[in-house]
Design a protein around this ligand. Structure first.
Ligand code: KG4
Ligand code: ZN
Length: 380
């Protein structure tokens, strides 16, 4: 039996969760979305302070929910990047403090890998798998040989898919983060496949580039200023009613549907190419906030079916940032014999995460024993 605490503070959700042998026991999440919405994006300084304010009460709540004593923890698993540096440091400080106090093992977790492992909390996953991570900060494909061995195949050269949604939404005067608004409004009209380009597909590589698509939306709105939503309305039903009353719903919904389709098509084309480069893969895993998008889900489900692969899509609650996925990913590492020392460092967005685990006997919680630095590249 292994009991792992997950700590997630990489962006604008503060979350703690307990996982025991692959099963989620309990989770507490405090979202900061409201605090940042007025600024139209995440304010790093504010995020750090909110994490610091939220973590203590969340931990008390988690202990109260489960009756677990912190001394029972085998590992404290913490998102060590990529993310906002100040925010990561808040979660890492809590994790290191808990490790010092309890003697549990410290396991730093790659937040992106954790997103792709999250569905294993809900269902079995067959490896090797092809992972597509589509979030607000990242768009990446991985070959996942097993839960602790990932190889990056493609990455975005500029904007992430979620950023392309959020920036398009801003252009349309939709609230932040706007991906969900474009998704839902788009379901109210037929897409025009010719309205937006499929960016950066006329090449033979596996990388993504979404900045051109975002610019296409900016140009489209500049040419059709009436597309902009009349006022920043946070409530989707109220927004739809207001648009309908002005006869403005159809054109905006059509633009959103076409945009959803352009993103989904682009992801499908590049993911199909990544599959061609990954022989022997048994499942296709799609994770991250954009995996909540209806057209993206449909496109990936169709692609998996075409290739005879199992499609693995997390439930909507596990698509967004959470600590359950951090605890689970950390548990896989811990059980494979990986942990970190107290010198574990946070890695901000844009820098690659080093494979700097100490390797020892599998599942060994306490310090001491025979630990050596594993300098391999993430492929044990
Ligand atoms: O993974 P996530 O919760 O946070 C990180 O970036 O780590 O992803 C957030 C992103 C935002 O850009 C948001 O607009 C987008 O996911 N998103 C969506 C949908 N729901 C969230 N994009 C498209 N359709 C959605 N339904
Ligand atoms: Zn995330």
């Amino acid at each position: 039996m292994t009991l792992c605490l997950g700590v997630e503070t990489s962006c604008d959700e503060t979350a703690l969760a307990l996982v025991r042998d692959g099963q989620l026991l309990a989770q507490r999440i405090a979202t900061q979305v409201g605090a940042h919405a007025v600024f139209g994006g995440v304010v790093p300084e504010l995020a750090s302070r909110e994490h610091l304010r939220a973590l203590g009460p969340l931990l008390d709540g988690l202990v109260a929910d489960t009756g677990v004593a912190l001394g029972e923890l085998d590992a404290v698993c913490v998102a060590r990047g990529p993310g906002l540096l100040g925010s990561l440091l808040v979660g890492m400080s809590l994790a290191k403090g808990l490790v010092l106090a309890t003697g549990a093992a410290l396991v730093g977790v790659n937040h992106l890998w954790a997103h792709l492992l999250a569905p294993a909390l809900e269902r079995p996953m067959a490896f090797p798998a092809l992972g597509l991570l589509v979030s607000g900060g990242h768009t990446q494909t991985y070959r996942m040989d097993n839960p602790v061995a990932f190889t990056t195949l493609g990455r975005t050269l500029d904007d992430a898919a979620g950023e392309a949604f959020d920036k398009a939404a801003k252009t349309l005067n939709l609230p932040y983060p706007g991906g969900r608004f474009i998704d839902v409004l788009g379901q109210l009209a037929e897409a025009d496949p010719a309205l937006f380009p499929r960016p950066y597909v006329a090449n033979d590589n596996l990388d993504f580039s979404f900045s051109g698509l975002k610019t296409a939306m900016v140009n489209h709105v500049a040419a059709n200023p009436d597309l902009r939503a009349p006022a920043l309305v946070d409530d989707l039903d109220a927004l739809v009613a207001a648009l309908r009353a002005r006869g403005a719903l159809e054109p905006l919904a059509r633009a959103c549907a076409s945009y959803n389709l352009a993103v989904a098509d682009t992801l499908r084309i590049k993911t199909a190419r990544a599959l061609d480069a990954s022989p022997g893969v048994r499942s296709l895993v799609v994770a991250g906030g954009v995996a909540a998008n209806g057209m993206v889900r449909a496109a990936m489900t169709a692609l998996a079916r075409e290739r005879g692969l199992d499609i693995v899509l997390p439930s909507l609650a596990l698509c967004t940032d959470n600590a359950a996925m951090i605890a689970l990913a950390g548990e896989y590492l811990f059980k494979a014999g990986y942990r970190h020392g107290l010198d574990l460092e946070a890695v901000p967005r844009g820098r690659s995460i080093p494979w700097d685990y100490l390797q020892g006997a599998p599942g060994q919680a306490r310090a001491g024993g025979d630990w050596t630095l594993d300098t391999r590249t993430g492929r044990p």
